[in-house]
Design a protein around this ligand. Structure first.
Ligand code: FES
Length: 116
């Protein structure tokens, strides 16, 4: 599906690619799942209020965030303890200062899909 989009005053077309990444039952509440999409690592999070997705690679020193710990909406990196808000991708604890890429997530008939 393609939708018209505007970036900085430039009109263009954005490719929308919804991809099934898991079944809801694959990721219990409070857990994470690593998925490799076209060589881009993505972390899927199941929080109390639903699913979220971000890039899996910590912006500090390239550790896999899905190997860390999820506490509410905050994921802690296992390497140096930096933290990110999975809702926005924002870095919320040092040494992380750069945000993660986030992806829209939908649950459809028991399946988790992301717009990648
Ligand atoms: S690699 Fe994630 S906090 Fe350093």
């Amino acid at each position: 599906m393609c939708l018209p989009a505007h970036f900085g005053g430039v009109e263009g077309v954005v490719e929308m690619a919804w991809i099934k990444v898991a079944n809801v039952t694959d990721v219990p509440v409070g857990h994470m799942l690593y998925v490799d999409l076209e060589d881009d690592p993505v972390a899927i999070y199941h929080a109390e209020d639903g699913f979220y997705a971000t890039s899996d690679t910590c912006t500090h020193a390239a550790e896999s965030l899905s190997q860390g710990r999820l506490d509410g909406h905050i994921v802690a990196c296992p390497k140096h303890g930096g933290k990110f808000d999975i809702r926005t991708g924002a870095a919320v604890a040092f040494p992380c200062v750069y945000a993660l890429q986030t992806y829209p997530v939908e649950v459809r008939d028991g399946e988790v899909w992301i717009d990648f």
